[in-house]
Design a binder for this molecule. Structure first.
Ligand code: AMP
Length: 117
């Protein structure tokens, strides 16, 4: 299911202000907040305010909010003053997705291994 507020969705609750988060950026359609379990010195999650389960669902709906998400991710990285950053969409259980409201992880502030584990 896509769009709107989905009952029981943790990140919809963060968008609604029902669950606290440390917001670092926001636009009309997008919110960015710190990951509660950071895996790098900079670890920010960039999400659309509207509910989509994963990036494939965003694309299937036209995908234009992805551009706004990319702009917010780039702004977060630019403000952090880092030389490079990684943007990760874990998509599906095998990829390690645990929250089914699409989120791009912005990871930066340390050297990144390749390929990801
Ligand atoms: P993923 O495993 O790709 O679905 O990523 C979900 C991410 O959400 C993980 O990195 C978690 O640490 C993070 N997370 C879970 N709950 C919260 C929360 N309440 N506030 C901020 N980040 C969270």
């Amino acid at each position: 299911v896509s769009g709107g507020y989905q009952n029981g969705c943790l990140f919809c609750r963060i968008v609604a202000g029902e669950v606290p988060a440390t917001q670092v950026a926001g636009t009309e359609r997008v919110v960015a907040f710190r990951d509660i379990n950071p895996r790098a010195p900079i670890h920010v999650l960039v999400i659309p305010r509207e509910h989509y389960p994963d990036v494939a669902a965003v694309a299937a709906d036209g995908g234009d909010v992805l551009v706004e998400m990319a702009r917010v991710a780039a702004d977060v990285a630019a403000r952090a003053g880092v030389d490079g950053w990684r943007w990760v969409f874990n998509t599906g259980v095998d990829a390690g997705q645990s929250v089914f409201h699409v989120h791009g992880h912005v990871l930066a502030g340390r050297a990144m291994g390749w390929p990801p584990g």
